[in-house]
Design a protein around this ligand. Structure first.
Ligand SMILES: [Zn+2]
Length: 178
């Protein structure tokens, strides 16, 4: 078989798969609330975001100079905060969200998480978006599964907007579970 013929066969197989992919295509729609500023939030959600901002100011982030704060509200109303803790040996650090969630659950093992607020502060000292990384999304998912209850996620977003998601499935579809 010449090289030219082989190329033609490969092209045909790809085309066939492409047609199949269109026939099987599905889409996922996510729903979220968007507020134009922190002032539009309910008192409860604003308080949680303000606590996340306060925590961000205490972040230990000498390497990235990017501060992140997270505030977790437990089902019993208690708020536990965390911030990013960086390390010279890079993987040894931890994100603000997991610092807050792990501390909250370590100190309050008999309750669950109701909501988490997350905010970033850039090198210029401006508040900015800090959407949770994949690993933190998986940890949120774990605590949702544990309590069989969705966790509200309050995100500081670009242009000082605030986004509220009703559960982690909006930002972690097809999540791992056993
Ligand atoms: Zn993370």
């Amino acid at each position: 078989m010449s090289k030219l013929t082989l190329h033609k066969i490969v092209a045909k197989i790809r085309y066939f798969n492409y047609i199949n992919a269109i026939d099987m295509r599905k889409s996922i729609e996510i729903e979220y609330e968007e507020y134009s500023s922190i002032n539009e939030l309910s008192n409860e959600n604003r308080e949680l975001l303000l606590q996340a901002m306060s925590a961000a100011n205490d972040s230990y982030s000498p390497y990235s100079q990017f501060k992140v704060g997270a505030a977790v509200k437990l089902i019993d109303g208690k708020i536990v905060t965390g911030n990013n803790q960086e390390n010279m040996a890079y993987p040894s650090g931890l994100c603000a969200e997991r610092v807050a969630m792990f501390a909250a659950m370590a100190q309050n093992p008999n309750t669950g998480i109701n909501a988490i607020a997350i905010v970033g502060k850039n090198k210029e000292g401006q508040w900015c978006a800090a959407s949770p990384c994949g690993a933190c999304r998986q940890v949120i998912s774990e605590y949702e599964n544990r309590e069989k209850k969705k966790i509200t996620i309050i995100l500081y977003a670009d242009n000082n907007k605030i986004i509220i998601l009703k559960g982690v499935d909006s930002i972690l579809p097809f999540q791992f579970s056993m």
